[in-house]
Design a protein around this ligand. Sequence first.
Ligand SMILES: C[S@@+](CC[C@H](N)C(=O)[O-])C[C@H]1O[C@@H](n2cnc3c(N)ncnc32)[C@H](O)[C@@H]1O
Length: 221
Amino acid sequence: MEKPWEHPDWYDLHDTTWTAGPEREPEHYRECLLALPPLDRADHLVDAGAGTGKLAAAIATGYPLLGRLTLIEPSATKLARARQRLAKLLPDAQIHTLAAALGQNHALPREEATLVTVGSVLMPMMELSGGTLTDGLTWMRAAFADLMLLLRPGGWLYNVETLAAPWAQGGPSEPVRRLHMAEFLAEFGRAGFDGVECVYRFRDRVVVRGQRPVQGDQGRG
Ligand SMILES: C[S@@+](CC[C@H](N)C(=O)[O-])C[C@H]1O[C@@H](n2cnc3c(N)ncnc32)[C@H](O)[C@@H]1O
């Protein structure tokens, strides 16, 4: 796409309106919640890149009987805040916290989660890491491999992300950028997830889900 903001009508329509905007985050997290399968005492939710626990809190509010919750987050201070927030919402749940990062060979629990959620982690962290798109994809693929292994066979990954703007282009050896929808869905498939589907989209914000195959063929491609 040529620079669309050079077109005066496009500019008048779109100036500052492309991005979904942080004020809409609760709405997107609620849409993620609404797309989830029901959660109950037997379920174990792992929220990876939990930050201060905003996405996990939205889910806990909808499913107060959730039995187990693991919050994974590299920042110890954010993790402490997340634990505090979730302990209030889920007083009867087993809550574990783990100061660790995706895609960095950290020791993570394996095959324990019935559901894994990721809220705005893969795209921003890839972009912030610098380097080329190939470098970013190398990290994202390692992160997807970690997410797959967190899940029990048959468990689902739900990922809220902010996609690349339509005019953000650039090939593998060019500076890292966010991914477009088709590229992002392809990464889910490449990681071995089944049933990959965008279950919500508002402008650049998406919720994409994928299921760990029940047996056998993870990590193909
Ligand atoms: C934009 S915040 C989102 C936090 C939270 N999921 C939410 O929805 O509020 C991204 C989070 O990812 C964490 N993070 C950074 N690198 C990470 C990695 N390699 N693996 C997992 N989380 C990471 C950051 O510390 C930060 O808390």
